[in-house]
Design a protein around this ligand. Structure first.
Ligand code: CUA
Length: 332
């Protein structure tokens, strides 16, 4: 029984560490500064809380609390308490915290942006369009809900929104920055160790706000370069019969109006670019793991899984759905 409990506890701990969505487990320089500020504020606030508590207890237990005759010094005491506790103490406590906060904010942007990687992330109801803008048009690549970055390199992300206000928040790497329609905001992130950092939309943006998640996957630079190389390529030509039938379903059933698969006539831009869908870890902005079964459920009835999202339910015969899944599985 004890063994089972400790196994469960270590599983829970492992899950906590793996989800990588805590501002108190910083994975980069900006998040470290924010975590430092948080700990200092916690310590200072705890000391102030204890102080107030002690004074409160003393006030209730002091004999003056029970109706004792007033003296001249009793009249001076309240003024002294107001000045000391209401003016001097806040000034002494809040001024250094204010200065420290300002220096923390200033440190959230790197001083030196040489070698920075530029990305554009567009928040949409309710998913993240991720674009890598290379020097040449053929260097560009587009993915969704997953941001691959090389470790140790500053990443400058332009944040945009075409619909409502969203907020980009990867607690393990940086604070929040809003995506505001008609405006371009910038956020810097940097991961110092390889890992997956979970992010969330942090501004209520409609029915499926809670299912607007993403992942920042920090890789070694050579692995990242390989990923970029593979993901710049158009989709591989399909050769087996099931996948070919699935591609025909994809191109004729309406999927292609909303989704792009580079290298095919599918050029829609309403939904995520699916050119390398099968290489992604999740579906529907972190709602489901990317497995064939979940993909079948999602394509079969996206409105049952994420009500209100823009993907309609397209009636497909079972054999069409199977063929479509075979095709989507080839988009590695
Ligand atoms: Cu987007 Cu909340």
């Amino acid at each position: 029984m004890a063994a089972r409990h400790s196994a469960l506890a270590s599983l829970v701990l492992l899950a906590c560490r793996q989800n990588g969505q805590s501002a108190l487990h910083p994975g980069g320089p900006a998040a470290e500064r924010i975590a430092d500020l948080w700990w200092i504020m916690l310590v200072v606030a705890s000391v102030v809380f204890l102080l107030v508590f002690v004074v409160l207890v003393r006030a209730f237990t002091h004999k003056g609390f029970r109706a004792a005759p007033r003296t001249a010094s009793d009249d001076r005491t309240p003024t002294m308490w107001v000045l000391a506790g209401g003016v001097a103490l806040p000034a002494v406590v809040l001024t250094p915290l204010f200065v420290f906060s300002l220096s923390t904010f200033a440190g959230l942007t790197p001083r030196d942006d040489t070698g920075a990687l530029d990305l554009v992330v567009i928040g949409k109801q309710w998913w993240w369009d991720v674009q890598y803008h290379g020097e040449k048009p053929q260097d560009r690549l587009r993915t969704a809900n997953e941001i691959r970055i090389p470790v140790g390199r500053p990443i400058r992300i332009q944040l945009r929104s075409p619909d409502v206000i969203h907020s980009f928040w990867v607690p393990g790497l940086q604070g929040k920055v809003d995506l505001v329609p008609g405006k371009v905001n910038t956020i810097w992130i940097q991961a110092d160790s390889v890992g997956i950092y979970r992010g969330e939309c942090a501004e209520y943006c409609g029915l499926q706000h809670a299912r607007m998640q993403f992942r920042v996957i920090a890789q070694r630079p050579e692995e990242f370069a390989r990923w970029v190389e593979e993901n710049r390529r158009p989709a591989a030509t399909v050769s087996d019969s099931a996948a070919m039938a699935g591609q025909a379903v994809f191109l004729s059933s309406g999927c292609a109006f909303c989704h792009t698969v580079r290298g095919t006539p599918a050029r829609g831009v309403v939904g995520p670019d699916l050119t390398h869908l099968a290489s992604r870890q999740t579906l529907a902005a972190g709602t489901l793991p990317n497995t064939r079964g979940h993909l079948a459920g999602w394509v079969g009835n996206p409105q049952a899984i994420k009500p209100g999202n823009k993907m309609p339910r397209i009636p497909l015969r079972p054999e069409e759905l199977h063929a479509l899944l075979a095709y989507l599985g080839t988009l590695r």
